[in-house]
Design a protein around this ligand. Structure first.
Ligand code: GLY
Ligand code: MN
Ligand code: MN
Length: 441
């Protein structure tokens, strides 16, 4: 992406962050905010650390993803400050002061350790702190992680600035490149591990730099929603691949899933039908739409697909009402996406708090808000043959509405999920993922 374009977008993004934070501070009784990037967590009884994950509230301001113990200082009406940690350390590489496209917007001060950082932070007044919950209780802040302030900032994060959408667009471009390489590895009958490596190699990322550990499931493993194994040995038969993997750009992550049939025409047909369902749902996304309604539409369309494919015998409406569709689709239709894969505030009723309830019988829905322009969401309907849920269905009143021979036919393929990232507009949405696949070079 062109650096000047990012420069300009970032300046406007920073102003938006300053404005919304000034309002939130005034509303909650603070006059400054300190954001901590996060601390390194040591492995017990040893001297190395777990992979570092920067705090999202910090990354919103400074796109530093590998800089522990840094602090952003926000004072309404002033340039933001950045205390940048440059420890006196000959065991690790000490990072240089940031000088990228965003750094010129900050007053940057290097600090050697937490003691120096503490001395450089605003003293007096009512300063709120957001960051790691441990270690800052006695630093003199008026409040550590005050919920009323966090709730206001979380609520506002749903609506992305054009800069954030540009970062998510770029994260999708990278993600699509990784997915294309993974699909080639699947065609070459590689293992789950080999497919994951193909994804990471194509985007030059190590696993800890990804927004989440990639889900790479061959065959029946695809029925495990957050499958975490990477088998090193290829299976005897390649039937299906479900890969749910995203890439990161400037702290923002994509969250993309594709499902492929190896050569089975019936499963390929099912994947094709699920893709049509997913596209029909994407066409229903625009500002003003209640995500809960779209989630229930997804259940109806998936139930129709299950019925038309001979997997269930109940008509779609009855399958949704009775909970039969949830046997095959037990997760939510999607979630807010941004600095975190499951971005914050998905069920918040207002900047002051409160919860928008999930529809009865749909406890896993992560987003219940009415869509607004600038929200970025995932659209991820699915259809799975999950042992435990099918065993329960076999033992209850759903049993007679399921064609068990069809289930046995498809169970070795695991399941299907197709997931795109959408930036909501007034009249529809920009499908960041499809556009990224379309323009793959
Ligand atoms: N990759 C996790 C999810 O789709 O929610
Ligand atoms: Mn995903
Ligand atoms: Mn997702």
């Amino acid at each position: 992406m062109r650096q000047e374009a990012l420069d300009e977008l970032y300046s406007a993004h920073l102003r938006a962050c300053q404005d919304r934070t000034a309002l939130a501070l005034a509303a909650t009784g603070y006059d400054a905010l300190v954001l901590h990037s996060g601390g390194l967590r040591a492995v017990d009884f040893d001297d190395y650390h777990y992979p570092f994950k920067a705090h999202a509230a910090f990354k919103l301001w400074a796109p530093l993803t590998d800089a522990p113990d840094c602090f952003v200082i926000v004072r309404p009406g002033c340039r933001p400050g950045l205390l940048f940690n440059q420890p006196d350390d000959y065991w690790h590489k000490v990072p240089p002061l940031p000088d990228g496209w965003w750094a010129g917007e900050f007053d940057i001060e290097p600090v050697r350790d937490l003691r120096a950082a503490r001395a450089a932070l605003p003293a007096g007044g009512r300063t709120a702190f957001i960051g790691d919950t441990t270690g800052f209780g006695d630093w003199g802040f008026a409040a550590v992680n005050p919920q009323p302030l966090i709730t206001r900032l979380d609520y506002a994060r749903a609506r992305k600035t054009p800069y954030e959408i540009a970062c998510l667009r770029e994260a999708n471009r990278l993600g699509a490149r990784g997915h294309a390489a993974a699909a080639r590895a699947f065609s070459a009958r590689d293992s789950e591990y080999g497919i994951a490596l193909a994804f990471m190699t194509a985007i030059a990322a190590r696993e800890q730099e990804l927004p989440y550990n990639p889900i790479v499931a061959l065959n029946a493993g695809s029925s495990v929603l957050h499958y975490q194994v990477l088998e090193r040995t290829p299976p005897h038969d390649h039937r299906s691949l479900l890969i749910d993997a995203g890439a990161a750009f400037a702290g923002y992550g994509s969250d993309i899933t594709r499902t492929y049939a190896f050569d089975d025409p019936d499963f390929a047909l099912l994947v094709g039908r699920m893709d049509e369902v997913q596209q029909a749902l994407c066409a229903g996304v625009r500002a003003g739409v209640d995500w809960r309604d779209l989630h229930l539409t997804a259940h109806r369309l998936t139930a129709e697909l299950l019925h038309d494919s001979g997997i269930i015998t109940l008509d779609a409406e009855a399958a949704v009402d009775s909970g039969l569709s949830s046997v095959f689709l037990p997760h939510g239709l999607g979630h807010l996406l941004g600095l975190q894969v499951h971005d914050v505030g998905g069920t918040l009723a207002s900047p002051e708090g409160g919860t928008i309830p999930r529809p009865d019988g749909h406890p896993n829905l992560r987003l219940t808000r009415v869509l607004e322009e600038g929200y970025v969401v995932t659209m991820e309907p699915g259809l799975y043959f999950i042992d435990t849920l099918l065993a329960a269905a076999r033992a209850n009143s759903h049993a007679r509405h399921i064609d068990w021979a069809r289930v046995a036919q498809f169970a070795p393929f695991g399941g299907i999920r197709i997931e795109d990232n959408l930036a909501v507009t007034a009249s529809g949405c920009e499908n960041l993922t499809r556009e990224a696949f379309r323009t793959l070079s």
